[in-house]
Write a protein that binds this ligand. Structure first.
Ligand SMILES: Cc1ncc(COP(=O)(O)O)c(C=O)c1O
Length: 381
């Protein structure tokens, strides 16, 4: 049976492709972003208590009340308004499902959606599933700043939404107050909704994350998405959430009830404990990632790559052109086969692959010893 036409253009994700190649060559995998250590015990214990406590049946479709309340308590101050757990918060199966539910529940066929590229690979797929037309605005090295004129040119009367991922995968940019003000102005002018994917919200280095939802007129038109995976080193748990005013939440829930209906109960109870983590949890998370960032970025510089030091996420983009390879794919193949290190060729994150051909993306979501060993291996370059 052939794959349905709607998925044929997208093939197998680059993460699967690189992970398979990495395994074949016993390479250190700095490709896909997930930590090589376990999540915190206090969260796992909360989930385990739920497993032992006879909570085996379907929870409410938008998520267990305890978790929606915990999300409201945590995000109310961050987003600058009181949040109603009944009408403004939906628990989803990872941010991946929150994104799909947002597109399918709120975007009509023919609507335009502005994507900032390089983009996370699920965005164009979700847009295609919803029948949306995408318009891309490209971030370019060395600073990967959002060009206000390009963004203004991409927003038309058909635009329904702008997708803003900050901190941004794969560039590590944290969009600053000026860039967010430009986005907000265009959203207000053209009556556009903002879909904010903030899964790396607690991985910012020497800077705080400015939130689009806080800007004037934006609370009523912003959907803030996040999840447990990155912040709590629990990428396998797949618990996410969508925070949006009641009108937008209605659309998200309309899709969510038929995509997954709900998310497994034990991990939702674990998520309640996660959201109640003390402030020092976040300080330590940041400082440990900042150390890893510096270890990898300094190492990449030493071996002759040109990394762009990120302000956020656990990714770093680097320019590989000093080594004379034809493009990012041939460079990454060489890295895996000859150096034993896997990284992601970022051309797959652009609508025109040429825009990413000079770049390579590494993840520093690995312990220091693994990063050191990877840098050692890269010196074979
Ligand atoms: C920007 C971005 N959004 C969403 C996701 C998916 O999040 P989750 O694992 O919670 O579905 C990822 C995972 O890598 C990501 O990088």
């Amino acid at each position: 049976m052939p794959v349905a036409k709607r998925f044929q253009p997208f093939g197998v994700t680059i993460f699967t492709e690189i992970t398979n190649l990495a395994q074949q060559h016993d390479a250190i995998n700095l490709g896909q972003g997930f930590p090589n250590w376990d999540g915190p015990d206090f969260i796992k214990q909360a989930a385990a208590r739920s497993l032992e406590g006879g909570r085996d049946q379907y929870p409410a479709s938008p998520g267990i009340r305890e978790l929606r309340e915990a999300i409201a308590r945590r995000y109310g101050p961050l987003l600058g308004r009181d949040l109603d757990p009944d009408t403004e918060i939906t628990v989803t199966t990872g941010c991946t499902e929150a994104l799909a539910a947002t597109f399918l529940g709120l975007i009509d066929p023919g609507d335009e959606v502005v994507l900032i590229e390089p983009f996370y690979d699920a965005y164009p797929v979700d847009a295609a599933l919803a029948g949306a037309v995408t318009r891309a605005v490209t971030l370019r090295p060395p600073d990967f700043r959002l060009d206000p004129e390009m963004l203004a040119a991409a927003v038309t009367d058909q635009t329904k939404a702008i997708l803003v991922n900050t901190p941004h995968n794969p560039t590590g940019r944290v969009f600053d107050a000026d860039e967010l003000a430009t986005i907000a102005r265009l959203c207000r002018q053209h009556d556009v909704i903002a879909i904010c994917d903030e899964v790396y919200e607690w991985m910012t280095y020497d800077t705080e994350l400015p939130r689009l939802a806080r800007l004037p007129g934006m609370g009523e038109r912003t959907i803030t998405l996040s999840s447990l995976g990155k912040t709590y080193s629990l990428t396998g748990w797949k618990v996410g959430w969508a925070i949006a005013p009641p009108g937008l939440t209605g659309g998200i829930r309309a899709a969510h009830q038929f995509l997954t209906f709900t998310t497994p109960t034990p991990v939702q109870y674990g998520a309640v404990a996660a959201l109640e983590a003390p402030a020092h949890y976040y300080t330590e998370l940041r400082s440990s990632y900042q150390e890893r960032r510096d270890l990898l970025v300094d190492g990449l510089e030493r071996v002759g790559l040109r990394p762009f030091r990120p302000d956020g996420t656990y990714f770093v983009m680097a320019d590989h052109t000093a080594f004379g390879f034809e493009d990012d794919r041939s460079f990454c193949r060489h890295l895996i086969e000859k150096c034993g290190v896997a990284a992601i060729p970022p051309s797959v994150f652009y609508s025109d692959p040429v825009d990413g051909a000079s770049l390579v993306r590494f993840s520093f979501s690995r312990d220091a010893a693994t990063l050191q060993e990877a840098v050692e291996r890269l010196s074979r370059l």
